[in-house]
Design a protein around this ligand. Structure first.
Ligand code: PEP
Length: 258
């Protein structure tokens, strides 16, 4: 059985004080959900160390929202994989739609980052998802295939053991519009089939595929109840314990599924 992963993407939000306070609230309750649910927070880079210190030995993992693919050197403004590891990160989110569509990241850049992060010892949450216009044009699966192929080019099955996929339809991110459970399940099933044919069926059964896009307390249980939905990547609702913890609780409740 795949263990649920509930990951909070804080994006460019919180202050050092509010981020540390949120980490403290989550650390205090995380033991209630461990080991049924893995909980992860991804703060902005400047707050990684104080948040990691606050999380201490708690059950909450810490990750970053991006990394660069080069080793430390003359790359102004970038952050290397080994620096993230040095700050206590276990995961890194790559290919988020805001990086693809606001910051212009290509599948090739995302692939270089993915390979660097995995070879440097991080787990990668690789985000894929279609624009509204692509869904309306019936191109969802084609877009997912292209992003998976591009992002995972040259990644072996052994390397892909360190991979989590996040299906995040762009039209559902930060909009309050959520994919229906059927839309999410259909995309997740497609992604799992893609992994089975690119790697092996046995491997594809081990990979966690998260859903992201306006996940909230009131829709989490239905989304997480789908057979191929193994967790959630949560933006807005991860910024307060009062909205994030109920999503963790929903996963915990469902974690006895077979
Ligand atoms: C995200 O940023 O990955 C996300 C899913 O955001 P939200 O939950 O706010 O839609």
């Amino acid at each position: 059985m795949r263990r649920f992963l509930i990951a909070g993407n804080w994006k460019m939000n919180t202050t050092r004080q509010s981020g540390v306070a949120l980490a403290g609230e989550l650390a205090a309750v995380a033991a209630n959900y461990d080991p049924a649910v893995e909980v992860l927070v991804c703060p902005p880079h400047p707050y990684l160390i104080p948040v990691a210190e606050k999380l201490g030995g708690s059950a909450v993992q810490i990750g970053a929202q991006d990394c660069y693919f080069q080793a430390p050197g003359a790359f102004t403004g970038e952050v290397a994989v080994e620096m993230l590891k040095d700050c206590g990160c276990r995961y890194v989110i790559l290919g988020h739609s805001e990086r693809r569509h606001v910051l212009g990241e290509t599948d090739e850049i995302i692939n270089r980052k993915t390979r660097a992060a995995i070879s440097g010892g991080l787990h990668v949450i690789l985000c894929v998802g279609e624009l509204l216009s692509e869904r309306q044009a019936g191109q969802t699966e084609e877009v997912l295939d292209r992003q998976m192929q591009g992002g995972l080019s040259g990644v072996t099955e052994a390397e892909a053991e360190h991979l989590v996929i996040a299906y995040e339809p762009v039209w559902a991110i930060g909009t309050g519009v959520t994919a229906t459970p059927e839309q999410a399940e259909s995309a997740h099933e497609h992604l799992r089939n893609w992994l089975a044919s690119r790697y092996t069926p046995a491997f594809s059964e081990r990979v966690r595929i998260l859903y992201g896009g306006s996940v909230k307390a009131d829709n989490a249980e239905t989304l997480l109840g789908q057979a191929n939905v193994d967790g959630a990547l949560v933006g807005g609702a991860s910024l307060k314990a009062s909205t994030f913890v109920p999503i963790i609780e929903a996963a915990c409740k469902l974690s006895t599924r077979t």
